[in-house]
Design a binder for this molecule. Structure first.
Ligand SMILES: [Zn+2]
Length: 274
């Protein structure tokens, strides 16, 4: 990975930097034809901004170029030819490394906003300079960026060469994906896979194996992907979470997630192998 997390800027501050500037969850980019770029220059004043900037936060380098992020204030005038865009919509437009660096930045930005005060005693927190953390000067509580692990699993019926896909109650009507769910405290990832599958579609699986992982900064998930083989049971959906679940062959798939997601990578893997 060409991105390197760092806490302190060791480089000369006047060299060009990437500026990841957010408004809510939207990222400032310049879009030209079919490509997008991140503001890149040596000095913020080059943006021609007459505004009160919140303090930019340095968070590392990409190919030795410093990366900073901050949230635009309300009076931020959007520079000419630039616009605020959803990170997800920039897939395919923005260099993929920079896209995921933007994902790191938005997670840190949200964490910075949500950790202004100690959750235990309410005292304003201070930055802990030795690691990516904040500390309460009153009770010494350390607050790290929150990452919420979630499993995502492709269930395969090896005999029928089919994959189980579900239409979740929060999805559009025609959209199907693999199952996913957050890990509970104390649970192993494999236990979580079995529990989520049993809760959502009521079947048993075997041969759970690791597929890969993906940061999913919407807002702070880490998706840990698995494959599992169907073992027993009839699909019995949990109507609170699932509208419909069914088995699909590789040549007869419903509408599935976009290329950016690990869900899609699991489905693509199934299509290539079955
Ligand atoms: Zn405290």
């Amino acid at each position: 990975m060409p991105f390197k997390f760092e806490l302190k800027l060791l480089l000369n501050e006047s060299i060009p930097s990437y500026w990841f500037i957010f408004r809510e969850n939207l990222l400032l980019v310049e879009i030209l034809d079919d490509s997008a770029s991140i503001p890149f220059n040596s000095n913020l004043s080059e943006f021609n901004m007459s505004l009160e900037l919140k303090q930019p936060i340095y968070f590392g380098t990409f190919e030795n170029i410093p990366c900073h992020f901050f949230e635009a204030s309300n009076d931020f005038e959007i520079p000419k030819k630039m616009s605020f865009q959803s990170i997800r919509n920039l897939y395919g437009l923005l260099n993929e490394d920079l896209l995921w660096i933007a994902g790191r930045a938005i997670q840190l930005l949200v964490w910075d906003k949500n950790s202004q005060y100690c959750g235990r005693c309410g005292t304003p927190t201070e930055i802990e300079f030795d690691e990516r953390a904040k500390i309460c000067p009153e009770c010494s509580l350390l607050v790290f960026p929150r990452i919420s692990p979630a499993i995502i699993v492709g269930i395969i019926d090896q005999k029928k060469k089919k994959i189980l896909l579900a239409n979740g109650t929060r999805f559009p009507a025609s959209f199907y994906s693999v199952l996913a769910g957050f890990v509970e405290p104390g649970e192993t990832l494999e236990e979580c896979v079995r529990r989520e599958i049993a809760e959502e579609v009521g079947i048993e699986v075997k041969n759970i194996r690791y597929f890969g992982s993906q940061s999913w900064p919407f807002p702070d998930s880490l998706m840990i992907g698995f494959l599992a083989d169907y073992a027993n049971g009839q699909i019995t959906i949990n109507p609170i979470e699932i509208n419909d679940a069914n088995w699909f062959t590789a040549d007869d798939l419903p509408q599935i997630p976009g290329e950016i997601s690990i869900a899609r990578k699991i489905i693509d893997w199934f299509v290539q192998n079955y």
